[in-house]
Design a protein around this ligand. Structure first.
Ligand SMILES: Nc1ncnc2c1ncn2[C@@H]1O[C@H](COP(=O)(O)OP(=O)(O)O)[C@@H](O)[C@H]1O
Ligand SMILES: [Mg+2]
Length: 374
């Protein structure tokens, strides 16, 4: 549905400074009907990517195709203007017009856009879009009299009213309070899925990304770090950056050894068997990533098995949903998350097992592709 190839985008430097490279080589594909998320820390280039797709910014070089049609090509010197790209867009600031009613706000793209519709048809389409976001009964209300969540829904209805082929959402939930954000997550996903609209969603919140997306593209400093399903990105990070960005993990440094059947890292705890990508060579400095939920408490009979380590409990923190446990293994501090029924006390000695498939071995250095911007 959407093809992005080798996008490079710089912004002119201000006050005599060098130009700022916001996108350094971005390529990805979005399947028809999928919910695709651009995720990454502030300033990594998510909004710039979205604006390039929308046609509100133009890349220096690269290619953008939608449904097989070229929207931007630096090689062919071709730019399709934003209003001819058939997409809907919702921004972080709702951009709802304060001097208009809810109806007028949603009708705006039909009145002033390229797809002008006859009055009766326009009315039907606006009311249908308002029904979709459950604001049917608010059509005649002045827009400023709505709550933040309702205004965000008006923005969503306005983006959907001309039945776009692609919906672009730039941090649409970040101005809402936590509880409303949770509800809107599910609502937005259900709505676009039921309409079958391909959606590109931008967020810096990994929980939002994991709970809403079919695919996640993790970005850093204008580059792609990793792409995959939420499960892939969370459970099989390709770097310390991904592991760290996606949630808590134990990071154990070591040196890679491939002499046995499985890859191993020699660490301060002893050898740890795990999963290592083929690009990692023996002798490389590595980090073993183990999620706090990934470590098992082994029975005493397993105490000498593969990836089993003796540990002493240093701290137990009861949090309700989970118990956070800190342990010491030969001077290294690790964290485990256990279910709240676990009865273990501080000072106790345990054998812990790190199942090898849960130990992801990644390079210790920051890949050169992810370095800071010059
Ligand atoms: N209009 C602009 N002029 C100059 N620099 C910009 C402009 N817009 C964004 N940038 C810079 O480009 C980089 C990427 O910004 P942006 O795409 O907004 O990131 P994100 O949405 O991931 O927070 C940032 O370093 C930002 O400061
Ligand atoms: Mg942004």
């Amino acid at each position: 549905m959407l093809l992005i190839e080798k996008l490079v985008k710089s912004y002119p430097g201000q006050h005599g400074q060098d130009a700022m490279l916001a996108l350094r080589d971005i390529s990805f594909k979005v399947e028809e009907g999928s919910f695709f998320t651009l995720l990454g820390p502030s300033g990594c280039g998510k909004t710039t990517t979205l604006q390039c797709i929308a046609g509100l910014e133009h890349p220096d070089t690269g290619l953008i195709q939608m449904g097989g049609k070229t929207m931007f090509s630096s090689r062919e010197n071709l730019i399709v203007p934003a209003n001819r790209r058939e997409l809907g867009m919702v921004f972080q600031s709702y951009a709802v017009w304060p001097h208009m009613t809810v109806f007028e706000n949603v009708a705006f793209p039909l009145v002033y856009g390229i797809k002008r519709a006859p009055t009766q048809e326009m009315r039907t389409r606006v009311l249908k879009a308002l029904e979709m976001v459950e604001l049917g009964q608010f059509a005649d209300r002045p827009a400023p009299l709505l709550s933040g969540g309702q205004q965000q829904r008006v923005a969503l209805a306005r983006a959907l009213v001309h039945a776009p082929r692609l919906l672009l959402l730039d941090e649409p939930l970040s101005n809402l309070d936590a509880k409303l954000r949770d509800t809107m997550r599910t609502e937005i996903r259900n709505l676009v899925k039921s309409l079958g609209i391909t959606t590109i969603f931008v967020t810096h919140d990994q929980v939002e990304a994991v709970s809403m997306s079919d695919q996640i593209l993790l970005m850093r400093a204008g580059k792609i770090v990793q792409q995959g399903s939420p499960r892939d990105i969370y459970l099989s990070p390709n770097s310390v950056f991904t592991a760290d960005f996606m949630g808590r993990s134990n990071l154990i440094t070591g040196v890679l050894d491939r002499s046995g059947e499985t890859a191993r890292a020699h660490t301060a705890l002893g050898p740890i068997s795990g999963v290592a990508g083929p690009a990692l060579k023996p002798g490389a400095s590595v980090v073993v990533v183990v999620r706090p939920q990934g470590i098992r408490i082994a029975s005493t009979s397993e105490s000498s098995g593969l990836n089993c380590f003796k540990a002493r409990v240093q701290n137990m923190n009861f949090l309700g949903d989970v118990v956070e446990m800190q342990v010491d293994i030969q001077g290294s501090k690790l964290t485990l998350m256990l279910n709240p029924y676990t009865a273990i006390s501080v000072g106790q000695e345990l054998t812990l097992e790190f199942p090898p498939e849960r130990c992801v071995i990644v390079p210790s250095e920051v890949p050169s592709s992810c370095g800071p911007l010059k």
